[in-house]
Design a protein around this ligand. Sequence first.
Ligand code: CAA
Length: 260
Amino acid sequence: MEFKNLTVETTNNIATVTINRPAALNALNEQTLADLQRVFTETHDNDGAQVIIITGSGKKSFVAGADIVAMQQLSALEARRFSKLGHELMRSIETYSNPVIAAVNGFALGGGCELALSCDIRIAAENARFSQPEVNLGVIPGFGGTQRLARLIGKGRALELLFTGDMIDAAQAYEMGLVNKVVPQEKLLETAMEMATKIINKGPYAVRQVKEAVRNGLEMDLDRANQYETELFGLCFASLDQKEGMLAFLEKRPANFVGQ
Ligand code: CAA
């Protein structure tokens, strides 16, 4: 696949997507949103990537937000459409059948923080900085920040960040549960790749069901969510991966999963 503002490199079923607009600190304009959307809609479950890592080009910025130059003159209807494009992308990432890891290599501001929030796991370089600075520009987040930030770190902390636009460093983000891990910048991609490799060696069918179960279950009450888990657990026993995984355990050998 060829893209205008991205590069995609796939090794061992792990795709690393690098957002590449260094002159604008990788800000998300319409073209970049469209490029990212293609990655998630055109990559199919079985012959696509088993894990996707998203990062930014350079050492300074993951994504410095939605593109302010592109937004400045938008009418209300155009802004609504732009927000919708962003939302569609974030949802495509969140509902992508396989895990998506954000490797945050610097500024993750506004739409950049929202992009990281839509991923399943966030690994931050020590120089990563997070904020939802939209109130500085007289607007609110438009790619899900008012929703996903509160769901991830709780209402009080989210509202503080959203009201003040304060920028927090990687250590503070870790303390709040906004990121899973903080590592030196030079180890960032290596750490993301290690985690991805660990994941792809598990039963792929089960990994996909885990993502489904957690994502959908969080939107249900506990009884329904547990019932949903029960159904997915049952379904695992119709997979080749379950048969292979349990047989391999009993035969004391590594499993050869096929992802079905
Ligand atoms: N959109 C467009 N261009 C951007 C940008 C953005 N979000 N962020 C940075 N740039 C551009 C700058 O305009 C500058 O371009 P020029 O060289 O042509 O002037 C270039 O990237 C480098 O930026 P700076 O010179 O500002 O670099 P710095 O190191 O001094 O500061 C920064 C870095 C703190 C990230 C600063 O650029 C900044 O505050 N950027 C804006 C961050 C922001 O407000 N993001 C939220 C956008 S709104 C949003 O995202 C809404 C939504 O939810 C949908």
